[in-house]
Ligand binder design. Sequence first.
Ligand code: ZN
Ligand code: ZN
Length: 645
Amino acid sequence: MRVTLPDGSERELPDGATGADLAAEVGPGLARAALAVKVGSDVRDLAAPLPDDGHPVAVVTARDPESLELLRHDTAHVLAAAILDLYPGTKISIGPPIEDGFYYDFEFPEGVKVSDADFPAIEAAMKRHVKADEPFVREDVSSAAARERFLAEDQPYKVELIDDLGEETVSLYTNGPFTDLCRGPHAPSTKRIKAFKLLSTAGAYWRGDSDRTMLTRIYGTAFHSKEDLAAHLERLEQARLRDHRKLGAELDLFRFSDVSPGSAFWLPRGTTLYNTLVGLSREMGAERGFTEVHTPQLYDAELWKTSGHWGKYRENMFVTESEDRPMGIKPMNCPGHAHLYSLQRFSHRDLPVRYAEPGQLHRDEPSGTLHGLLRVRRFVQDDAHIFCTDEQIPDEIALALDQCFATYEVFGFEPEVELSTRPEQRIGTDAMWDEAEGALERALTSRGISHRVNEGDGAFYGPKIDLHVTDSLGRSWQLGTVQLDYSMPERFDLRYTGADNAEHRPAMIHTARMGSFERFIGILIEHYAGEFPLWLAPDQVVVLPVADRFNPYGAEVVDRLRAAGLRASLDARSESVGRKIRETELRKVPYMLVVGEREAETDAAALRRHGEGDLGTFSVGEVTDRLLAEVAARETRWPQADPAL
Ligand SMILES: [Zn+2]
Ligand SMILES: [Zn+2]
């Protein structure tokens, strides 16, 4: 048989040759490094016979991105093997690779509780399997035989999986004493696992069904080298230290309570931060001709039927009723804005109409998916809707994009742009889509914005531009969006009178920059590790008298700073100034003003910056000007990857 390699060269191999044979044919180095083989885009075992179908064949080594998934899947099997060594009678369920690692779900025998405290012993047992260099051996057997085997081993989850698959044959993978029902592929042997670590446990219902057994999920990760693993663990540690839920509590920004799941209770400091971001959005919107509106929270089901939400989105809505009328709480602002438009009459001269509304939205997210501020039930979006003529679309899209870019610039984020085009399930004619996609494409290219195209990933009602940013921990977040929509104006029968005196349909553009303020604040807390730039910091400056007798002067300084518009407070406690400074540093307040005898006499203060220390003594007027200038410029610095936390 002839095999084509990725570089286009061909190799002659005996019929029935395997990926391992191919690697050996290329050279002994590749034979040692080989982990699997890729036929087309399909990763297969090295021991599997190669197909003779002309597909290009590539040998997968640790250098290939696919190899990490393979390695993590191998490690999941080794974990299950170790668990059965240590806890005989454990029932195993499934153990897939996931992004950044793997997990395996177990039902431990009665009375056995496994937690992170057991990880060292489990990891030691795993290392024994790795050291033993157990080959992963695949067998294809009849489902009946596999079923009998797992029944005999008292593995009911595997039996259920086999029954549900309903296949004639299934594949089993064995390493050492352990056999798993598994589709594969796997590396040749356990010794290829160079570095792994167990990370955490969690409860997980069998098949995600809350009526079934709660299993214990063990999460772990694996890498090709100890260095890669160490770097990953360091990133995880940084993320843990910066976890917005932890910092949010420590910095007194917000609390969560089970009386209202997924809805933050914003404390005064968090509310200041929140309002400052709303203020930024408001200011940038006003500069670009957006006007703010207020629309209701609760609407008759008829509105949601018109918008399509009652049919498609009702599961995620909170619904109620009033005087026998079914009502729904808004999960997004768009239908309210479209309805508000429909309550007025517009001529072409009135367009574009640009409505912004930082309104409260509620979505009934399953409680299991809620995650701090990143996934909530109650939130406010910085979204806006533009109603315009077809001719105005390019300029309006450019305007919306401009606000996205201006917003990210404030935080030093460099957005990556994605254009998503027509999906298979869509409404509207091809001509409409050609025009809409063309308008978005032109808006990007005319500004020289490089972008990726995501074919088929648009919304069913129109194409969209998504904006992603990367934070200081290297994590990517989708924040902004600009979406062109011909459907909502149709559904709400929106009109305007054209220059020809005839009725026309406006286009609708949905846009958001930060996404929801909740999620954006969650991202910012972790991005800045709680060390907010001055303009955002809830407490901007604390005045620290060196002794009680300077409290009156300190209070006077605070009054003057507040009068100038700065968020200032006095630390009037009878503590040493050293202690006051340390505690203010822990609260990550950007500036401190230390005042004593000399400062009180000369109307001055000694200025300290968080993390930097003493900046010298200045008059109160100079300090005020300096801080106001920093606030006005919304100065931001890219946070260090490794701050002293
Ligand atoms: Zn498997
Ligand atoms: Zn919208």
